[in-house]
Design a protein around this ligand. Structure first.
Ligand code: 13P
Length: 251
């Protein structure tokens, strides 16, 4: 049985004090969430140490939002994977569309980052998703297939076990426009097929695939009811502990 996960991507929001307060509220309410559902929060780098402390003893795991494509050295402003493990990160998000769009994140860089993270023992939440132009041109399957293959096909079957995929249609992020459950499901099923083509059906069945893009308490149930949707990567709604936990209770 593959894991169900609800992960909160805080993006560039909250001060450290606000982040700690949010993490404490999520940790306190996480006792309501059934054992079969994993919770993850991804605060900004500056918050990781304090948030790790706030989450101690709870079931909520810590994630980064990105990592460097080098192990260490003269890379001003970057954060290496061993720094993430040293503060207790279990996951890192990679390839978020905001990083692809605003910071020149390429598939080639993502391959390097993914391997560094996995070698350091950090699980990767790999984001894929088409933008509005690509969807309107009918290229969404192709775009998602290419992004998925570009990174996952460079991995071993063993490494695949530490990968979570997040399908985030760019046009649904922060816009209030959610993909319908049917739109999301057909892409999730496609991602699983792409994984199966390289690693086999059995391995593909074990990969957790999250949906992200205006996911909130009011639409999570419908999305999570789909066969290939194993949870969510939540932006805006993850900044409110009640909403975040409500989403995690939507399976
Ligand atoms: P929103 O939930 O704010 O649309 O953001 C989704 C997202 O980008 C999570 O990574």
């Amino acid at each position: 049985m593959r894991k169900k996960i609800v992960a909160g991507n805080w993006k560039m929001n909250t001060t450290v004090a606000e982040g700690v307060e949010l993490a404490k509220a999520v940790a306190a309410k996480s006792v309501e969430v059934p054992a079969g559902v994993d919770l993850v929060v991804a605060p900004p780098f500056t918050h990781l140490v304090c948030v790790a402390d706030a989450l101690k003893g709870s079931k909520v795991a810590l994630s980064a939002q990105n990592c460097a494509d080098h192990e260490k050295g003269a890379y001003t402003g970057e954060v290496a994977v061993n720094m993430l493990t040293s503060v207790g990160c279990e996951y890192t998000i990679l390839g978020h569309s905001e990083r692809r769009q605003y910071y020149g994140e390429t598939d080639e860089k993502l391959v390097v980052k993914t391997k560094l993270a996995l070698e350091a023992g950090i699980k990767v939440i790999l984001c894929v998703g088409e933008n509005l132009d690509e969807r309107e041109a009918g290229k969404h399957f192709e775009v998602v297939k290419n992004q998925t293959e570009a990174v996952l096909y460079t991995l071993t079957a063993e490494q695949l076990k530490s990968i979570v995929v997040a399908y985030e249609p760019v046009w649904a992020i922060g816009t209030g426009k959610t993909a319908t459950a049917a739109q999301a499901e057909e892409i999730h099923a496609c991602i699983r097929k792409v994984i199966a083509a390289k690693f086999g059906e059995e391995a593909a069945e074990e990969v957790t695939i999250l949906y992200g893009g205006s996911c909130k308490p009011s639409n999570a149930k419908e999305l999570f009811a789909e066969k290939d949707i194993d949870g969510g990567l939540i932006g805006g709604a993850a900044l409110k502990a009640d909403d975040f936990i409500q989403i995690a209770l939507s399976f």
